[in-house]
Every structure is written in C-alpha cells, then in structure tokens.
Design a protein. Structure first.
Length: 322
C-alpha cells in the first residue's frame, strides 16, 4: 500500500529537479528523491503523466542538447502549432457560417417557391389578377436572382479566403518541418560527440591497464630477484656460520698454526664483507619493491576511478531510450 500524502505535485517537483541536474527521471530515482517514500505503482502513472507534459525536457536530458536551445525550438514549435490550429479553427467557423447562410437562403427560396405555387393556384381562379400576380412574380424572381447572385459572389469570396488560409497553413507546416529537421540535426551531432568521448575514454582505460600490467610484471620480477637475494643471503649466512665454526676450531690450534689462523681470519673477514654487500643489495631490492607496490596501488586506484566514470555517464545515455 502507498503511504498517504504522495501527490502529483511532489512527483513533478522531484522529476523536474532530476532533469535539471542532468539525471534520468525514473520511478526509482524519483522515489529516492522523495526520501524513499511512496510505492512504485503510485509514482509510475504520475511520472508518466509528467513526462508526457514535459517530453521536450526529457528528450534534452537524454540527447545532451542545451536546455536554452531546446526551449527556443520548443517555443517556436508551440507558437507555430497554436497559430496553425487557430487559423484552421477560424476557417472552419467561417466555412460553417457561409454554409449556414447558403442553407438559409436556399430554405427561403424554397419557401418563396411554395408561396408562388399557392399564388399560382389562386391566380387560376381569378383571371383578372393573373397579370398583376405575374408582374409581382417577375419582380420577386428578379429580386431572387439578385439575391442568388450576391450569395454566389459571397461564396466565391469565402472560397478565395479559404484557399488563402490553406496556403498559410501549408507554409506554417513547412516551417514546422524545417524546425523538426534542425532539431534532428542537433540530436545527431550530440550522438556523434558522445561516441567520440566514449572512444577516448576506452583508449585511456586500455592505456592505463597496459601500464598496470607492465608494472605488475616488473613487480613480479622484483619479487623473484628478492627471493634469489634472500636465498643467496641464507647460503652466505650458512657459509659464514661454518667458517666461524672453522675459525673457532682453528683458534684452538692457534699455538700450533699461527699463520694458518691468520689466513682463516682474512678469509672470514672477506666472507663478512660479502655478506654485508648481500645485505645492502637486499635492502635496495626491498626499497625498489616498495616503490613498485606503491605505483601499482596508484594505477589501480586511477583505473578504478576511470571505470566509475561510465557508470556516472550512463543515465544520460539511457535518457534517450527512456
């Protein structure tokens, strides 16, 4: 059941605000703008009525045409239609009045003919009044002819005025067709611009993904090199441990082989220097690895932002379909 209080004015206001913001006014977006109140079955017919009354604004939000330009075109279209309808209605009224006058004249003529028939029958009974009645009849016929000629002339004038109004209506229809062609041209231009923007966006996405893949490969190589260095460090530490054990063993024999002990110390010092070099290389590898990880995270964030942009632009694309 819909919550009481959802009126057409609320739905119209929310739809107008969404359209002004460049968003598509759907049942879900309108319901969200109303604070998630009202059922979809209540909002849907009200939104459909509003779209029917503001189809120009809805088409502008889907097509991307500037609102002021569309409003100007709509104003021209509305004025042309109102003027054409008013002229057609005026011509129809004038035609009905002319037809009514002709019908009245014809009815009057029929009545007069009927009266003449009655008089003719009366004249047969009165011979002396035949000539006078005949004269009156001739005069009446002359007046009828004059009246008929006037009606014919008036009818011809009305027919000419009707032709002139028809020509004006045809000219207004041509102007309306031209306005429609201009509007269709603006729609096609807007569609082409949207296609170009989409292609540029897809190119940027592909370039960012390729760079991210390269950095991932470099990062993997760094990890492998780091693993090798760690292995070498472990081996060197093991060797150093063995050499230290050997040095201790040789120290016990110091009194027996002084020169051998000196050589052993020099060898241990050399191994210690190699170990320090390996540790330094390992530290550099750690730093390079951290820089690669930071760059990969940065590119992944940029890639996510780029992928969000079509989702923000998609309501405008669906606006035309709606």
């Amino acid at each position: 059941m819909a919550r009481a209080g959802i009126l057409y004015s609320h739905v119209a206001k929310a739809a107008a605000q969404l359209t002004a913001a460049g968003k598509n006014a759907t049942v879900d977006t309108v319901r969200e703008a109303l604070g998630c109140t009202g059922s979809k079955s209540t909002i849907a017919p009200m939104l459909k009525q509003w779209k029917a009354q503001h189809e120009g604004e809805v088409a502008a939000a889907g097509a991307g045409v500037p609102a002021d330009l569309l409003e100007a075109i709509k104003g021209v279209y509305d004025r042309v239609q109102v003027g054409a309808q008013a002229q057609v209605e005026q011509l129809r009224i004038e035609h009905q009045l002319a037809a009514h006058k002709v019908a009245q004249a014809a009815e009057a003529l029929r009545e007069e003919v009927r009266q003449l028939g009655i008089e003719r029958e009366a004249l047969k009974a009165e011979l002396h009044s035949v000539m006078a009645a005949f004269a009156r009849e001739q005069a009446a016929r002359h007046q009828d002819a004059v009246a008929i000629a006037a009606l014919e002339s008036e009818k011809a004038g009305q027919a000419q005025r009707l032709a002139d109004r028809t020509a004006e209506v045809r000219e207004l229809a041509d102007q309306l067709a031209q306005a429609r062609r201009q509007f269709e041209h603006f729609q096609e231009a807007s569609a082409a611009q949207r296609q170009d923007d989409k292609h540029a966006y897809e190119t940027r996405i592909a370039r960012a993904e390729q760079e991210a893949a390269t950095l991932r490969a470099n990062f993997q190589d760094g990890r492998e090199a780091l693993a090798v260095l760690r292995s070498e460090k472990a081996q060197l530490e093991h060797t150093l441990h063995e050499q230290r054990d050997a040095a201790r063993e040789q120290a016990r024999k110091l009194y027996e082989a002084t020169e051998g002990l000196t050589a052993t110390r020099e060898l241990a010092s050399s191994r210690q220097f190699e170990l320090e070099m390996v540790v330094e290389r390992l530290e550099h590898a750690h730093q390079a690895n951290e820089r690669l990880e930071a760059r990969v995270s940065e590119l992944e964030g940029e890639n996510a932002d780029l992928k969000k942009k079509p989702a923000a632009a998609s309501p405008k694309t669906r606006k035309t379909k709606t």
